[in-house]
Design a protein around this ligand. Structure first.
Ligand SMILES: Cc1cc2nc3c(=O)[nH]c(=O)nc-3n(C[C@H](O)[C@H](O)[C@H](O)COP(=O)(O)OP(=O)(O)OC[C@H]3O[C@@H](n4cnc5c(N)ncnc54)[C@H](O)[C@@H]3O)c2cc1C
Length: 319
């Protein structure tokens, strides 16, 4: 039995590839199916076209040029169902004891024997903190849901990537008074090409107030303090939407005995062909492989991990 930690798209894809090779697998997921996607902004649209999000050859038909979160939730439910995958939801993996072929996977509800373990835990569970005074206030959100709650409020959006830009535009269109604080001198080049002109024009027209080369210094109950190139500015504020990114659970990987690279990326150490980590019999799959570099790996370019891992496990099992 192979235990897969995480029922994101890549955990599901790996279970499907194992099933196709008649290798039994169980997925253990701490939240709901595709929990990260479930927690994305409600009205979010993927930047990928639907066929690039497909797994296991199950067709993903979207009614839009780019699929929505709601369509993706339905699609991954159907994909899991059509392969009749064995999935335990709302169960968290805490530790992996033993060794290759004889692992014992500990969860918050019990333990399982496993011949191999695949860690497909993504990066969306842990928000990158700014570590500034006031970040702990309830009005500061690292996860954005939908715009309605921010109507007629003074909203600070922090960041310059796709999430920050989407949130700034959505809340602006829901009548929020939006300020965008960006550390760098411009909006990121990686912002969706069909969205970038929209934010740039809103900034140019002062419909959204932009502060570039700016650090957020402090968050107070009704104000924020910004360090701008023109000096310190204190502005009125009701909500802070900190779209500053997310990071993999490094502590969990270390608990599993997976080494991390000794540089700012902190990537798990693994074989690029097989995805097997330094700990024999434990594999990594999906966006967790990128470490802190969370913008270079997606569903699109990590789906292939499933075949590599399943192929390697098949070779080792039959050999
Ligand atoms: C806003 C946004 C938009 C995106 N748009 C696109 C796009 O258009 N195209 C694209 O290709 N990619 C996109 N991505 C990236 C991609 O969607 C995600 O990174 C994708 O979900 C990665 O899949 P995954 O299976 O590797 O990890 P995840 O989907 O993050 O799945 C990991 C799972 O592991 C579970 N888990 C974690 N720890 C444990 C534990 N200890 N025990 C049990 N379960 C655990 C989590 O609950 C989660 O369900 C986007 C990301 C974001 C944030």
């Amino acid at each position: 039995m192979v235990i897969i930690v995480g029922a994101g798209p890549i955990g599901l894809a790996t279970a499907i590839e194992l099933k196709r090779r008649d290798i039994s697998a169980k997925i253990i997921e701490r939240g709901c199916l595709v929990n990260s996607i479930y927690n994305y902004p409600k009205d979010m649209t993927f930047f990928s076209t639907s066929e690039r999000l497909e797994i296991g050859g199950v067709p993903f038909i979207s009614h839009n040029p780019k699929p929505t979160r709601r369509e993706a939730l339905e699609y991954y439910r159907r994909a899991a169902e059509s392969y009749d995958l064995d999935i335990h939801l709302y169960e968290e993996v805490k530790a992996v004891d033993g060794e290759d072929q004889e692992f014992i996977v500990q969860t918050d509800q019990g333990e399982y024997d496993a011949s191999k373990v695949v860690v497909a835990t993504g990066f969306y569970d842990i928000a990158k903190m700014m570590n500034i005074p006031g970040e702990e206030l309830d009005k500061v959100k690292h996860y954005y849901d939908e715009a309605h709650a921010y109507a007629w409020q003074d909203v600070l959006v922090i960041g310059a990537g796709n999430s920050a830009v989407d949130v700034a535009l959505e809340t602006y269109r829901a009548n929020a008074n939006v300020t965008l604080a960006v550390r760098d001198s411009q909006i990121k080049e990686t912002v969706k090409y069909w969205v970038k002109p929209d934010i740039e024009n809103r900034l140019k027209n002062n419909e959204i107030t932009g502060y570039f080369n700016t650090e957020v210094k402090e968050i107070r109950p009704k104000e924020i303090v910004l360090e701008t190139p023109e000096g310190t500015k204190t502005i009125s504020n009701d909500f802070v939407l900190a779209m500053t990114g997310y990071q993999p659970n490094f502590e969990m990987m270390k608990t599993f005995g997976i080494e991390l690279t000794n540089n700012e990326k902190r990537m798990p150490v693994y074989n690029e062909q097989t995805l097997e980590t330094n700990r024999k019999g434990i594999y990594v799959a999906g966006v967790v492989c990128g470490g802190m570099d969370t913008s270079s790996l997606f569903i699109e370019n990590t789906r292939v991990h499933a075949e590599h891992i399943a192929g390697d496990i098949e070779d080792k099992t039959s050999g």
